[in-house]
Design a protein around this ligand. Sequence first.
Ligand code: FES
Length: 153
Amino acid sequence: MTDSQTTVTSPSTFGCSRRQLLVGTGVGALGVATMGVLAACGSSSSGGTGATAAADGSIAKVTDIPVGGALAATGSDGKPILLVQATEGTVTAVSAVCTHQGCTVVAGSGDLTCPCHGSVFALDGSVTTGPASTALPTVEVHVSDGTVFLGQA
Ligand code: FES
């Protein structure tokens, strides 16, 4: 392997859309430049890992989640999830792994969207627009004193 070669696995490994990865490899003929782009993908606020659980299992404050929208986070299994606050004070969560081909679904405007092939999901995870045909699985979360925790209460 030369300095100009970079080995890249699945785009979803890095929480990046295929588009983000293609842009990254186009810009980065040098491995260093490419790795910088990959690092940037993981820190995106619109998808990817987002909020992670603290030692006590807390993952976010309810006030961090937009009402009528979602916040990217990481589930207990390390996979991306979306914390949803469809109505003020009610927090639910769904897997952010697209049921079509596994890309990371991100928060849209009042919905959840997959950047890979355009599937759109309602905030409850149900499919609004394909090609995905299966809803995003729900993820157990609960709220205590304004803090969201992974799992059941
Ligand atoms: S992977 Fe999400 S629409 Fe294809």
